[in-house]
Write a protein of this length. Structure first.
Length: 300
């Protein structure tokens, strides 16, 4: 990988890792579903008018918009609003790799590599250690929501494999547009019109900055650069960088939010990331990016 592209890959990792801390900041003043809706609104507008229509069937755009934009991010934001800290969220969410491989086996009829099965078992042990950690401050119900969010991420990865979008940024912009209205409707129903109006009326610079970071940094910059890298290099070269996202996320949460990592959680982190490595890292194959491997969308 060229030095410039290496720096771009690391920049995306940092942006996606810190993303979880930024979500916490945004949730301090904005309800979770409204925050998610605003994130996707500004990721979509005005970009959809500049980039043109997605070059994939609309059913895939809608499917990913609902699974990724509404279900995955909606549940993640709700879980974090109910007490799952940023660092832990960044780690548990990587269970999406498990779901992605399992859905590929069940839906796409793929034969898993032995390393993938080993990785799934290792990662599941890590997730179990987190759930069974008695010292964990996060509510169990909220933690389960993060795991369910990871499952919907796996669904969106599977749909994306069918779609095989030639332009990742354009695809994500339209996915963002699809997510806005359902999230707004859910916000009005569950969080209430008054809460939404008050949140927008009273939003401060921290809230505005958080929305801008989530929309322009984590979504447009992150997916745009990631898509560029996947067009330039094999999946086996790019995908391993996603292993660094939970490491950055947990480190950022510790430095910026004072989120401590206990011994059991630390062991769990090693197991989850190790399991991810088993499922993602593979022998380099010519132009793997065109094969639609699940790891192509294993990002944060």
């Amino acid at each position: 990988m060229k030095p410039r592209d290496l720096l771009l890959a690391l920049a995306v990792v940092v942006v996606w890792g810190i993303n979880f801390v930024i979500i916490e900041v945004g949730l301090e003043g904005v309800p979770p579903l409204l925050l998610s809706a605003l994130r996707f609104f500004f990721a979509a507008v005005p970009a959809i008018f500049l980039l043109g229509k997605p070059r994939v069937p609309w059913r895939y755009v809608v499917g990913v918009g609902l699974a990724l934009g509404v279900a995955k991010f909606g549940l993640l934001f709700i879980a974090m609003d109910h007490g799952v800290p940023a660092g832990l969220s960044s780690l548990v969410l990587q269970a999406q790799v498990i779901f992605t491989v399992l859905f590929a086996i069940a839906v796409l009829r793929e034969r898993p590599r032995p390393a993938q099965l080993i990785g799934i078992v290792i990662a599941c042990v890590g997730i179990a250690l987190i759930v069974l950690d008695r010292k964990l401050s996060a509510p169990l119900g909220a933690l389960v929501l993060v795991i369910v969010a990871a499952g919907f991420w796996g669904v969106s990865n599977t749909i994306t494999r069918y779609a095989k979008p030639p332009d990742t940024l354009r695809f994500m912009v339209w996915v963002s547009a699809v997510a806005v209205v359902p999230l707004l409707i859910l916000s009005l129903i569950t969080e209430g019109p008054q809460a939404d109006v008050e949140a927008i009326r009273d939003i401060n610079l921290s809230g505005i900055g958080a929305i801008a970071y989530l929309a322009f940094g984590a979504t447009l910059f992150g997916f745009g650069v990631w898509g560029y890298l996947l067009r330039q290099y094999d999946a086996s070269t790019v995908a391993p960088f996603s292993l660094l996202v939970p490491i950055v996320g947990m480190s950022a949460a510790w430095v910026l939010r004072g989120e401590a990592v206990g011994l059991q959680q630390g062991i769990a982190a090693v197991l989850v990331i190790g399991g991810m490595a088993c499922t993602i890292i593979r022998r380099r194959t010519p132009r793997a990016v065109e094969s639609g491997d699940p790891e192509l969308t294993s990002v944060a």
